[in-house]
Write a protein of this length. Structure first.
Ligand SMILES: [Zn+2]
Length: 305
């Protein structure tokens, strides 16, 4: 493993009742009535990372940071990078730019107040920066973020920009430039498969995830693995909801930690910023409204395969 290229590992720090799968069944006003498990579960993630001597990027929900500021400090003190996962975990394309900016500023302030440091990295709830919400990139730049990891280059019913770049790239926004670290996909049989995180690491076989990670690294780019603290908590209270959401949230909670630790043993990981620091100069793109991303300025390259 020594000398192998570095990939990023990230944690979206939210509670089990705050996911998009339950958004239609759990009102945000009712969040305080659920027994919270985010502190204990995040501590377990910190223990796992410590055992494997891995540092990652923790995107914290502003709502969680406000209620559990000590947890934010524990993450910081363990040497990890802090980022923002919004305040209310709402789909960005369901918001107006003004609502999104207010949510983002509130979350950033809560996390920074808890941590006592500024943060530079953002992950959208449910990867909801899509062609319907390209304006969000400029809002993030205006709010002081310089790195984002929210765009999934696949088709999915909730997220994704099909055909967007698969390796980290620069996005020239009106007010500043963001570095985008896209979620991981690999190409096989003329399809782009998502790999190495969340439901994909939980529900698809481990060999498939490892195969995809090797394909990504062999093509000379880093992977972005992601997880949620509730994914290593098979004992979490069950929420009554429709079948599709039950499948997405509850499948193989018992096996997730095993799959995660297998990846931690097999690949080298660091924070999102650690990995970006190792990258050669990035291709540059610009948001183009509902057309998505287009090559930007002089020296721009064509959209990568
Ligand atoms: Zn989330």
């Amino acid at each position: 493993m020594q000398g192998e290229p570095l990939s990023a590992i990230s944690v979206d720090v939210e509670d089990y009742f705050q996911t998009e799968s339950f958004a239609r069944d759990v009102r945000r006003d009712d969040w305080p009535t659920f027994p919270s498990r985010v502190v204990d579960n995040t501590r377990r993630v910190l223990d796992i990372f410590a055992r494997h001597e891995v540092r990652g990027t923790f995107f914290v929900l502003g709502w969680v940071a406000e209620r559990f500021p000590d947890l934010v400090r524990e993450i910081r003190d363990a040497g990890h990078e802090l980022g923002c996962h919004s305040y209310w975990h709402r789909l960005i394309y369901s918001l107006t730019p003004e609502e999104f900016e207010a949510d983002t500023r509130r979350a950033k302030a809560a996390i920074e107040a808890a941590a006592g440091t500024t943060i530079a990295c953002y992950r959208a709830p449910t990867f909801s920066i899509t062609k319907r919400s390209m304006w969000a990139l400029d809002v993030l730049a205006r709010c002081g973020f310089t790195r984002d990891s929210s765009i999934f280059p696949i088709y999915h019913d909730h997220y994704g920009i099909v055909g967007s770049p698969v390796r980290p790239y620069a996005i020239e926004c009106a007010s500043a430039t963001l570095t985008e670290f896209p979620m991981s996909t690999f190409r096989a049989l003329r399809y782009d498969f998502p790999v190495g995180g969340g439901g994909y690491l939980r529900m698809l076989p481990l060999w498939f995830n490892k195969f995809g990670m090797h394909k990504i690294l062999d093509s000379g780019r880093p992977a972005m693995v992601y997880l949620h603290p509730w994914e290593i908590d098979p004992g979490q209270p069950r929420i009554r909801t429709r079948l599709k959401s039950r499948i997405r949230h509850y499948t193989n909670l018992a096996g997730f930690q095993r799959n995660l630790e297998a990846l931690l043993r097999s690949f080298r990981f660091g924070t999102m910023s650690d990995v970006i620091a190792t990258m050669p100069p990035l291709s540059r793109f610009a948001p183009a409204g509902t057309d998505g991303l287009v090559p930007a300025g002089a020296g721009a390259t064509t959209l990568p395969a």
